[in-house]
Ligand binder design. Sequence first.
Ligand SMILES: Nc1ncnc2c1ncn2[C@@H]1O[C@H](COP(=O)(O)OP(=O)(O)OP(=O)(O)O)[C@@H](O)[C@H]1O
Ligand SMILES: C[C@@](O)(CCO)CC(=O)[O-]
Ligand SMILES: [Mg+2]
Length: 387
Amino acid sequence: MEVKARAPGKIILAGEHAVVHGSTAVAASIGLYTYVSLQVSPSNENNDRLILQLKDTALEFSWPIGRIKEALSSLGGPFPSTPTSCSSESLNLMLAMIEEQNIPEAKTSLASGVSAFLWLYTSILGFKPATVVVTSDLPLGSGLGSSAALCVAFTATLLACTDTVNMDMKQEGWLVFGESELELLNKWAFEGEKIIHGKPSGIDNTVSTYGNMIKFKSGNLTRIKSSMPLKMLITNTKVGRNTKALVAGVSERTLRHSDAMSFVFNAVDSISKELASVIQTPTPDDLSITAKEEKLEELMEMNQGLLQCMGVSHASIETVLRTTLKYKLVSKLTGAGGGGCVLTLLPTLLSGTIVDKVIAELESCGFQCLIAGIGGNGAEICFSASS
Ligand SMILES: Nc1ncnc2c1ncn2[C@@H]1O[C@H](COP(=O)(O)OP(=O)(O)OP(=O)(O)O)[C@@H](O)[C@H]1O
Ligand SMILES: C[C@@](O)(CCO)CC(=O)[O-]
Ligand SMILES: [Mg+2]
């Protein structure tokens, strides 16, 4: 039996980084997905292997299952039955098994995602031979939650192979999880994000798990329903960066300027709460949609200024801000910043001609633009007879 899962990427409308320090943030899923397929192999004593194929990065990893069992069991068992953080000892053992596979120098940053896979796989399924294949629509390391979508999709396939997920395997198409299954899925995916992000807030895996739009603060989510059309241009500066390093950088700045940064985080908390309120307030007519869009723009502009204070903007992001401002459009970075992706709000009454001009000018800077659907479903799985 083959199990497939898909999990969406995300945009953060307000509150990134500050959410790690207890502020409110608002995020939404987008219509770009990471897909994972899992096929457990029949046991064959001599050739039991765990194979991981990362199609987007053209990497394949293959370990004898006994090698993994020997390495990780040396730390004592039994394996965690409830969501548990990977210890530094386990992480070091997994990194050693990954290094044996000779990842090309330029791709060593992918080791964190492979470590997350090994932790989730062995914790949830134990030491079963299988082949796991990953493909994604999401750009890696760009602020659209590719790491969270990876961890959510991994976890969804793994849980689907256990008796904690109660689904009719004969049902066709993409199936959604029940509430209790989503909660367990999200907790395990968060453990995977901790390996990749270091000190994640949990907003990325939560919005990828539950989908739609959420308000998030200190681990608690509130699902919010937008009462207005939200159309965002997403510009990928294609400047690579590492979320873990950017998150650590903000924490270090907070240690150096604790008073000032606490005011920054409090301001972001207020911005996120007001933005969520604006988005949810019923809109009686077109005029009020425009008035609400102007409020959103002002809140985005204020949040971008505070992200600059946190030290996570970048010259490429400033270029997007300046370019879109020429067309009276407002933008803010989304995700960890330091490059990556930038959101630009496209007001309802904006003409398609202007949008085309903005995209052409941004792409002439070497950036990549897309308009993705906002607020679709979260994690989903489907079962197919072994191909
Ligand atoms: N499709 C994929 N294939 C292999 N590894 C992936 C894939 N998607 C994500 N990863 C892992 O996640 C890492 C990127 O995660 P990172 O948190 O830095 O960026 P992001 O999640 O795209 O951005 P943000 O966290 O700001 O939203 C990659 O280095 C890799 O380890
Ligand atoms: C930068 C950050 O706030 C969002 C990254 O998409 C990190 C986190 O919340 O885990
Ligand atoms: Mg990430």
